[in-house]
Design a protein around this ligand. Sequence first.
Ligand SMILES: [Zn+2]
Length: 113
Amino acid sequence: MAGGNAIRGTRVGAGPMGEAERGESAPRHRIGYWCSQGHETRVAFATDAEIPDLWDCPRCGQPAGQDAQAPPPVPRTEPYKTHLAYVRERRSDADGDALLEEALAKLRARRGA
Ligand SMILES: [Zn+2]
C-alpha cells in the first residue's frame, strides 16, 4: 500500500511535507513478548495504538511480557501449578510405597518366613 516511496529526499521536520508523510503510510511497531516458558510472540501494533504491557502467549496461554530476561510469573491458578502439585503427589506416593515395602519386609522377617 505504501508504494515504496519511503525515501523522498525530504528531511524530518521539513514542514507540511513531513506531516503528510506521517499520515500516508500506517507505520507499525513490532513488539516482542516472552512468556515464562520462553515462547516468543511478535505482535504488530499501529504506532498510535496503546501497547499493552502483557500479552497472552498463544502457545501456552500464560502471560508474556516485553522483557525476555524477566517474563511475568505464572499465575497460581494456571494448570502448570496443578501439574507441579501432581508431580509432588506422585513422588510422595512413591516414598510411601518404599516405606510400605520396608515395613512388610520387616514383618515377614519377624514371622520367620
Ligand atoms: Zn508460552
